[in-house]
Design a binder for this molecule. Sequence first.
Ligand SMILES: [Zn+2]
Length: 179
Amino acid sequence: MRETETVGGTELMQISPVQRTTPVRLHLSREKGFDLQAVSRATNDLPAIAVTRIQGGWGNFLCVGDPGRIWIDRGMHHGLRVKIEANLKVPVTPGVSVAAHRAWLTDTAASSPSLGVAWGIPGWRLLNPKVQTVIERELWLLRQDAHLFRPALRNHNVACSCDLNEPCHGDTLLEFFND
Ligand SMILES: [Zn+2]
C-alpha cells in the first residue's frame, strides 16, 4: 500500500512497512536446471516447499489413475522403510483425489474404524481388512505429522507438478499452512 503525505512542501511517499504477500501455488517443472527457490523468490519473495510424492511427506497419498492407487512413504521408522503401495480396484479422478486428501487432512469428525470411508477413498471396502488397517494407521500418523509441521510452512509457496489450472492438493495445503 502506498500513501503520499506532504510535509513542509515536500511530498513524501510512504510504503507500508507490512507488505503482505500471499503464498501461491507454483508449477514444479521437471526440466533440468529448474530452480524452484529462485522461481519462488522471483514470484513473491517467499520460499517454496515441493509437495509432490517424489519430494517427500506432503504428496497426495491417493494417486489418480484407472485403477487408482494409494501410495505412502513415511521414510525410515525404527530401522524400517515404511512404504505402502496399494492398488484400488476402481478409478480415481483428480477431483476425487483432491477431495479425499482434503478430508484426510482437515476432517476432524473422521473416526475409526472407518477412516477410509470417512475420507472418501474410492473402492475402500474392496480392500483386504488387514491392508485397510495398515493404511489407516499410516495415514493417521502421516496426518499427525502434517499437523505438527504445519506452523513451519506458513508463508511458503507450494509447488507441485500439476498444471496450475488442474485440481491439486497443493491448494489445500496452501490453505492449511496459512489458515
Ligand atoms: Zn498437484
